[in-house]
Design a protein around this ligand. Structure first.
Ligand code: PLP
Length: 388
């Protein structure tokens, strides 16, 4: 194996397309130059396509968690009651952030690997009319579950509460029509479906959300979204932007526009279906139901073999990195990331290596069964397209 050849199949950071790498290495320019101002304003405008919104999109230097914290700092004043929907590691992160801003947290919990039921959200809102903000995760990366944001949003829209969605591992790969579904704040980061290195986060806010932001009295400075909105209107940023990442982002948007957003979604659904079919053919227990399975990451339970040993074989023999479980799922599950710069062909590669690695750690699987099932899913999808 070639030293340094690493194939990332984790749910972020994800591989960077070559043209994006080139854009990232462009010579530095001044961030107050006319050249940067033009690029920045155009790029922020083009981001609206991916958010499926008419609203401005704020671009901050910071990882996804910075975006989540910005959403909290701008909507939760000390003493406010909020509802956090959680069924995994990232839902729990929202609880921690809200508590550190002095919010009173009501928790709506589902077991890891399951979805939050919109009706349960509705009941919480009926019982606690004081809830000001509802926090939910679109793709819960720790389990591979895609939550029903459309359903949750319907429940929240029956009230005056805001809905804030962590879409860090879904936006740009999975359909999330923010305006149509009535989501108030969508947060995402650069290193997942956006095919960029870590370091940027993006937030789009509804008009309703901006009104809350204006009146909120949590302490905030760097994360004060009002500054970003004001400066965006002047085609700039309040502080030094991550210039190189903005170069890269402009190229990412070229790629998404060229492929077409709907086709990007279709490609991710196909990769999901290929990986799930392969798992089934190999007798690997899927960690969540087909209905709940995310288009961007798939989790499997170990089936009598050592999950960590499996990951080690993939890494050392094939240079393929997959993710393990988080918190209590460590050693229990493994996760294959399939978002951003990856294709059905990449799925055949990771699945072929997975089969070999499963045999190497003593799992009783039939060599080729997973790849065959994934290939069949691929062929069926292409056949369906022909007749569409
Ligand atoms: C990756 C991720 C985050 C953000 O994590 P950072 O390490 O701060 O970038 C937040 N939420 C979800 C669902 C994620 O997958």
């Amino acid at each position: 194996m070639f030293q340094g050849q690493t194939i990332l199949r984790i749910p972020g950071p994800t591989p960077i397309p070559p043209t994006v790498e080139q854009a990232l290495s462009r010579p530095m320019i001044g961030h107050r130059s006319g050249e940067f101002s033009k690029l920045f304003a155009e790029t922020a405008e083009r981001l609206k396509l991916v958010f499926q919104t008419e609203q401005d999109v704020a671009i901050l230097a910071g990882t996804g968690t910075a975006g989540l914290e910005a959403a909290v700092a701008n909507t939760v004043s000390p003493g406010d009651t909020v509802l956090v929907c959680t069924a995994g590691n990232f839902g729990e992160r929202f609880i921690k952030i809200v508590k550190s801003y002095g919010g009173r947290v009501l928790v709506l919990e589902a077991p890891w690997g399951e979805r939050i039921a919109p009706d349960a959200v509705r009941r919480e809102l009926e019982q606690h009319p004081e809830i000001k903000v509802v926090f939910a995760t679109h793709c819960e990366t720790s389990t591979g579950v895609l939550h029903d944001i459309e359903g949750i949003s319907k429940a929240v829209r029956e009230t005056e509460a805001l809905l804030v969605v962590d879409a860090v591992s879904s936006l740009g790969a999975t359909d999330l029509p923010m305006d149509r579904w009535g989501v108030d704040i969508v947060v995402t980061g650069s290193q997942k479906a956006f095919m960029l290195p870590p370091g940027l986060c993006f937030l789009a806010l509804s008009e309703r959300a901006w009104q809350v932001v204006e009146q909120n009295d949590s302490p905030r400075f760097y994360f004060d979204l009002r500054s970003y909105r004001k400066k965006l209107a002047e085609r700039t940023t309040p502080y030094t932007p991550a210039v190189s990442l903005i170069f890269g982002l402009a190229e990412v948007l070229n790629l998404i526009e060229q492929e077409g957003l709907q086709q990007v979604f279709t490609r991710h659904l196909l990769m999901r279906d290929m990986v799930r079919a392969a798992g089934r053919a190999l007798g690997l227990p899927l960690f969540c139901s087909d209905e709940a399975g995310a288009p961007t990451v798939t989790s499997f339970s170990g089936n009598g073999f050592d999950v960590e040993a499996l990951r080690k074989v993939l890494r050392t023999e094939f240079g393929i990195v997959i993710a393990g479980g988080q918190q209590h799922l460590k050693g229990q599950i493994f996760r294959i990331g399939h978002m951003g710069y990856c294709t059905p062909l990449d799925m055949l590669q990771v699945l072929a290596a997975l089969e070999l690695a499963l045999l190497r750690v003593g799992a009783a699987v039939e060599l080729g069964a997973g790849v065959r099932a994934a290939g069949q899913v691929y062929l069926n999808a292409k056949e369906a397209l022909k007749h569409a």
